[in-house]
Design a protein around this ligand. Structure first.
Ligand SMILES: C[S@@+](CC[C@H](N)C(=O)[O-])C[C@H]1O[C@@H](n2cnc3c(N)ncnc32)[C@H](O)[C@@H]1O
Length: 252
């Protein structure tokens, strides 16, 4: 497997992370279940980490990427002391490091990912951090388990995004951050297939009004919207798309 990873890194060092976008018009069950498993490929964790290591170094050197800043900006709006934060779709947990570097306040962190390869790598890199394996649509935690539910650049990879928003709201006592969500204004919410780190997966581009409706249906009020990494799929979808980070507060 190591050889595969090295080969992949050489072959893709010049390629973008995401390629081969196509709109999915009909959800064919076998094809969809293959796409939904894409991120569990055992080769992704090392490849993804290799892509993020230079970004983390740049951040430590004082030049953080825009999505890292967006996350810290959302956290700045939350006035909780030492909150418990659960990150869903945590990968190997680098957002813990991002928050320690850019937010700089005490917090407790648990990372969850559906790929055991991601959480194993996370345990190696951050041995004092708790990680769990589980699916965003069926979270293995009790109601009100955390102060802040961070949906970490994962909502767009879930066909069950409605259920994932419901689960996020169930888990949090007060705040949800839906980080780096791709949105558009005119088309309805649209499902694409693409390759991420050369593995087939799905990507949901949300109609922003539909997304707000889902938040409202789950008693989530948007308190702040922050621009995240630029992400324009106009050539695929015929209109500009944007990545945004939504800070939502749960109301009674
Ligand atoms: C783009 S990475 C985001 C990593 C990091 N949270 C960030 O914000 O940069 C998406 C992560 O979501 C995970 N993921 C995909 N589908 C998932 C699911 N159904 N449940 C939990 N995690 C999932 C992937 O394994 C991957 O680690």
């Amino acid at each position: 497997m190591l050889l595969n990873i090295v080969r992949h890194l050489r072959a893709t060092s010049e390629k973008p992370t995401s390629t081969d976008y196509e709109v999915i018009d009909a959800l064919v069950p076998d094809r969809v279940s293959e796409l939904l498993k894409g991120w569990t490929s055992p080769i992704i964790p090392q490849i993804q980490q290799a892509a993020f290591d230079p970004l983390l170094r740049q951040m430590r050197a004082g030049n953080p990427r825009q999505d890292f800043v967006a996350l810290a900006t959302a956290m700045n709006m939350i006035g909780l002391a030492n909150p418990l934060l659960i990150e869903v779709g945590c990968g190997s947990g680098w957002n813990r490091e991002v928050l320690a570097c850019l937010w700089k306040r005490p917090f407790r962190y648990v990372g969850l990912d559906y790929s055991p390869g991601m959480t194993d790598l996370g345990k190696q890199r951050y041995p004092d951090t708790k990680f769990a394996v589980g699916d965003a649509t069926c979270l293995p935690f009790q109601d009100g388990a955390c102060d802040i539910l961070l949906s970490g650049t994962v909502l767009m990879h879930l066909l069950g995004y409605q259920q994932a928003i419901w689960e996020s709201c169930r888990l949090t006592r007060q705040w949800c951050i839906f980080h780096t969500v791709p949105v558009l204004q005119h088309r309805k919410t649209t499902i694409l297939s693409k390759k991420a780190y050369s593995q087939p997966t799905i990507e949901v581009i949300f109609n922003e009004r539909e997304l707000y409706r889902l938040f409202e249906q789950n008693r989530l009020v948007v308190r702040k919207v922050i621009d995240s990494m630029p992400y324009n799929l106009e050539s695929v979808l015929g209109e500009p798309t944007f990545n945004k980070t939504y800070l939502c507060q749960k109301i009674a």
